[in-house]
Ligand binder design. Structure first.
Ligand code: AMP
Ligand code: MG
Length: 413
């Protein structure tokens, strides 16, 4: 399984970066260092509504012995100071207003009383209080975000704050998804005898979107070469990667291997794992093509084991999509040797702490075993006998994700 994953990843590269407007960049990986060309705040400014003063004039003020200052004018946010402050004077300021020259402290309005043109300061706020210094958040020349950063809310805030409204980032991987099988029908279609509804492509489209990709559903191909080749070709045209499901086993109607070999280079077939054994991986037109098995549980597992790390790499993300935990099994598990098992499990509370229990029958057609799952237990090939209480590695579900990007709000003209 690990060998297969390494082989697949060796054929995956990060998508080339391009320029994005800021609102489109959420969920993308930054491909450049973002450097502040000016400080934040740009100038010293007032942190509260109140009166800019010289601290020495209000030192020791109290309700019983207020300091009395002369109100000489107003400075709201967004205006540049016209007045400078001299001894015994106060300028009424708004939050965000530049600190008037001569002032070193701002007294919050609630600690003052205005009587005519006299400001009574009822409390000493302390020297330098309520002044925000230029550059105290970000210094000029500082790298605020490094290349490789997955952009989220505060990142976009700070990019906007440094005036960076276009960023170089890696695009979301576009992933074409197709289903195969003479028996597979769309969910709204008549079932008919022997038919099965296409669970896979809807599941895959959702998983791709949650992983930060753009899913492109191509539909269903019957088990015949020409339509399958045609759909694959469309997928290669539309996507940065293609995911197909079904038709990779050893049945007479399993054409995927042949079609993949025809369209490109078949790199891999069959992995020592369960579910997901008959996985095929190819490259065609320079793009990765995943031939996942048809069973929905195998699709779910092999997406997480192989496709998700590939999408991460294409998106330029670092690290692992997995939040791994080691927890005891609540029940014994027996497996055959020679292959890795991926069991779907629920997290439960026990008197001894958190534990994992299987989500019922684990057959590869039992999609409800995935619906109920909080985690995927990874059982390595050599562990065939697991007693209750044995520690196992599990991957928490859902993996670290980027939620589907909403349509970006538009920039003002
Ligand atoms: P295959 O890998 O094509 O032999 O398919 C294995 C099993 O998965 C068969 O029982 C198929 O009917 C089922 N299957 C294949 N594709 C889908 C799909 N898109 N949605 C649900 N089940 C499927
Ligand atoms: Mg099939």
């Amino acid at each position: 399984m690990e060998e297969a994953r390494d082989l697949i990843l060796s054929h995956i590269s990060p998508l080339p970066p391009r320029e994005f407007l800021l609102p489109e960049a959420v969920g993308l990986v930054l491909a450049e260092d973002a450097v502040a060309t000016s400080p934040i705040p740009a100038h010293d400014n007032c942190a509260v509504d109140g009166y800019a003063v010289r601290w020495r004039d209000v030192e020791g003020a109290s309700p019983g012995a207020p300091a009395r200052l002369r109100w000489i004018g107003d400075l709201p946010a967004g205006k540049s100071p016209e007045l400078s402050l001299r001894e015994g004077e106060a300028i009424r300021v708004g939050t965000g207003a530049p600190t008037p020259p001569g002032a070193d402290t701002v007294v919050p309005v609630e600690d003052t009383r205005l009587e005519g043109v006299e400001v009574l300061v009822l409390r000493d706020p302390g020297e330098g209080a309520n002044i925000r210094r230029a550059g105290e958040d970000v210094r000029e020349g500082e790298v605020v975000l490094r290349a490789g950063r997955l952009l989220w809310g505060p990142d976009l805030g700070i990019l906007a704050a440094i005036g960076k409204w276009r960023v170089l980032a890696r695009p979301r991987p576009r992933v074409a998804i197709l289903s195969t099988g003479d028996e597979v029908v769309e969910p709204w279609e008549e079932m008919g005898p022997g038919k099965v509804r296409d669970a896979n492509s809807y599941m895959l489209a959702a998983l791709v979107a949650e992983a930060g990709g753009v899913p492109i559903r191509l539909g269903i191909s019957p088990d015949r070469n020409e339509p399958l080749e045609e759909l694959l070709k469309r997928g290669l045209g539309a996507g940065d990667a293609v995911i197909a499901s079904g038709g990779v086993s050893m049945g007479a109607h399993d054409l995927m291997k042949e079609v993949l070999s025809g369209a490109g280079e078949l790199r891999l077939w069959q992995v020592a794992m369960q579910p997901g054994r008959p996985l095929a991986f190819a490259t065609a037109s320079g793009k990765p093509v995943f031939g996942l098995p048809g069973n929905p549980v195998a699709v779910f597992v092999s997406f997480h084991v192989f496709v998700l790390p590939a999408l991460w790499r294409m998106a330029g993300r670092e690290g692992s999509p997995w939040r791994r935990v080691r927890l005891p099994l609540a029940e014994p598990v027996r497996r055959k040797p020679g292959r890795a098992y991926f069991l779907r499990a629920k997290l439960i509370d026990t008197p001894g702490g958190a534990a994992l229990t299987l989500t019922g029958p684990q057959g590869s057609g039992i999609l409800s075993s995935c619906v109920a799952a909080d985690a995927i237990i990874v059982v390595p090939p050599e562990r065939t006998v697991l007693e209750a209480g044995a520690e196992v590695e599990a991957w928490l579900l859902p993996p670290s994700q980027v939620r589907v990007a909403r349509r970006p709000v538009s920039l003002p003209a």
